[in-house]
Design a protein around this ligand. Structure first.
Ligand code: PEP
Ligand code: MG
Length: 581
């Protein structure tokens, strides 16, 4: 038995026989064509290219139907590369000028391009090189006529192990036949990871080289909760995972039936549980699990894989889709949180030069630096607010002047809509994310200028503890249970009290069951979590009284080490909800 550690990309556990996809790359030797065959070879290349483009269009349609247009747009990005006149021109030039075979010219041009992207030293751009390799693979498959077993046409249940899965391959995976997947490459922000989450297939990425000794058929466990892959598990290990999987499946079924019950503590205090979404299509997951609304809509994912800007209508349509599902419940639309690890194609060149993007031009700073884009989004939000209980939220606010600028642009946009007689809602609640220590320290002042706070623990932790949230090398320094994290959250809740500003927590911390009693005990009365855990989080709320939660919070502050806080919170969760262990 071997245990491989990687990055947990999509939660859940999958157990089954391995289907191994090696590098899958075609090794194309330098081949030449004869001069009188050049025209025929160029024509052959063009046919292959056209077939690939048709496949991409078809994939876009399929994925848009299954998951939504934001995911479908990934293929639009591929299509734009496939139709890039410069790249295509270079490949054709290789055939015409050097008499290279179409296969060799394709491979050398695309690999050269991918290599240049990787050499820029920016992990986000390096991940995009995967798109180029994907295109190379598709083109060579058509040119060489080589059949790679279609992952989308599996007929038996497997665990997929691959050097890398392209977004198109991932999107083709069926939940019916794929228990889970693991890849050698990939990062937590890759399109592949995002798609795995949206499809709810357990996945681990970024394991590093581990496939070379595997032939397929061996038993594998994918533990998407802990980022582990277990190869050839012992009977005992397998039995334990199966028992756990059965337990958690039946617990999930029971929880789902109880999800209709209101999220209220035993002493009658409501603590609504909202869903966090990236794509409008995910409202279906939230509805199924009885989310009380949408507490965080990460609108920057509208830009996923897009080369071109989004129009006001694009924004409006996406927001309307969410509001059609939740016409009467709160829907918190967060303005674009672009930058750092979420870079649209149009800004890639800029970010390639940023030495420290997490501390650079990101989030609200990007919106304030490009006010046309920001105003386009604000107009769509104000118009959509006319359709339901929309609340607008600004991310990564670090100073009052930033907040005031954002609010003043919102006001300008509203006045403009009013002047033009376009329906919109003027008095929608305006909130801010508290995810920078500066905002937490100034929370009392901010509380006088916003209608609500939402604590973004993902960023608040990385900035408080100086530990990059997506770097596995510093993962041990990134700890939600750190006493400093607890104290900074308490600070925000205390500052919100004089003006009774509602405080939500929408970072991953509150999707982790053990932190729920602590957060409620500190005074948090709204939680926004990943859709999969909604029933579980609601059940924890129902197991609590405010007094118990407050006692747990008080005791948690007595520990000065993260590991003691963590084990204390685990033991309390076990006491409150024994079935969740
Ligand atoms: C956060 O930082 O906690 C948050 C919810 O925002 P994101 O994860 O999108 O940065
Ligand atoms: Mg954040």
């Amino acid at each position: 038995m071997q245990v491989k550690r990687g990055i947990a990309a999509s939660p859940g556990v999958g157990i089954g026989p391995a289907l191994v996809f090696g590098a899958g790359s075609f090794h194309v030797p330098r081949q030449y064509t004869t001069h009188d065959a050049i025209d025929t070879e160029v024509a052959r290349f063009r046919v292959a290219l056209e077939n690939v483009c048709q496949e991409l269009v078809e994939n876009e349609r399929l994925v848009t139907e299954r998951i939504g247009s934001q995911c479908g747009a990934i293929f639009d990005a591929h299509l734009q590369i496939a139709r890039d006149p410069k790249l295509i021109g270079e490949i054709e030039e290789g055939i015409r000028k050097h008499a290279y075979s179409p296969e060799f010219s394709t491979s050398s041009v695309l690999r050269g391009f991918a290599r240049k992207l990787k050499e820029l030293g920016n992990p986000v751009l390096a991940e995009r090189a995967a798109d180029i390799y994907d295109l190379e693979k598709s083109l060579l498959r058509h040119l060489l006529g080589e059949e790679r077993e279609e992952l989308s046409q599996l007929s038996s249940k497997v665990v997929v192990l691959a050097s890398d899965l392209s977004p198109s391959e991932t999107a083709g995976l069926s939940r019916e036949f794929v228990y889970g997947f693991a890849t050698e490459g990939g990062g937590p922000t890759s399109h592949t990871a995002i798609l795995a989450g949206a499809l709810e297939i357990p996945a681990v990425v970024g394991i590093g080289s581990f496939l070379k000794d595997l032939s397929g058929g061996e038993m594998v466990i994918i533990d998407g909760d802990h980022g582990e892959v277990i190869l050839n598990p012992t009977e005992d290990c397998l039995a334990e995972y199966r028992r756990n999987a059965e337990r958690s499946q039946s617990a999930a079924r029971i929880l789902l039936t109880s999800a209709t019950k209101p999220s209220v503590t035993q002493d009658g205090v409501p603590v609504p549980v909202y869903g966090n979404i990236e794509f409008p299509g995910e409202v279906a997951h939230c509805l199924q699990r009885e989310a009380d609304g949408i507490g965080l809509y990460r609108t920057e994912f509208l830009y996923l894989g897009r080369k071109s800007e989004r129009t006001e209508e694009d924004h409006y349509k996406a927001y309307k889709q969410v509001l059609d599902a939740y016409p009467e419940s709160p829907v918190v639309i967060r303005t674009l949180d672009l930058g750092a690890d979420k870079v649209p194609v149009s800004l890639r060149e800029y970010y390639a030069r940023e030495a420290n993007p997490e501390l650079g031009l990101r989030s609200i700073r990007v919106s304030l630096a490009d006010q046309d884009r920001f105003k386009t989004q604000l107009r769509a939000i104000l118009r959509a607010a006319d359709l339901g209980d929309v609340r607008v939220m600004f991310p990564l606010i670090s100073s009052l002047s930033e907040l005031r600028q954002a609010k003043s642009l919102l006001k300008d946009v509203g006045e403009d809509l009013a002047e033009k007689g376009i329906p919109y809602r003027a008095n929608l609640p305006v909130g801010m994310m508290v995810e920078v220590p500066a905002a937490a320290l100034m929370a009392e002042e901010f509380a006088q200028e916003v209608d609500f706070f939402s604590i973004g623990t993902n960023d608040l932790i990385q900035y408080t503890l100086a530990a990059d949230r997506s770097n596995p090398a510093v993962a041990k320094y990134y700890n939600s249970a750190d006493p400093a994290v607890l104290r900074i959250i308490r600070l925000v809740l205390q500052a919100s009290k004089p003006r009774s500003i509602p405080v939500t927590v929408c970072g991953q911390m509150c999707s982790d069951p053990k932190f729920v009693p602590l957060l409620v005990g500190l005074g948090v009365r709204q939680l926004s979590v990943t859709p999969q855990v909604i029933p579980q989080i609601k059940a924890i709320v129902r197991s609590l009284t405010i007094e118990t939660a407050e006692q747990i919070a008080k005791r948690a502050f007595e520990f000065d080490l993260a590991r003691d806080v963590e084990s204390y919170l685990k033991s309390e969760l076990k006491r409150l909800c024994p079935e969740m262990e």
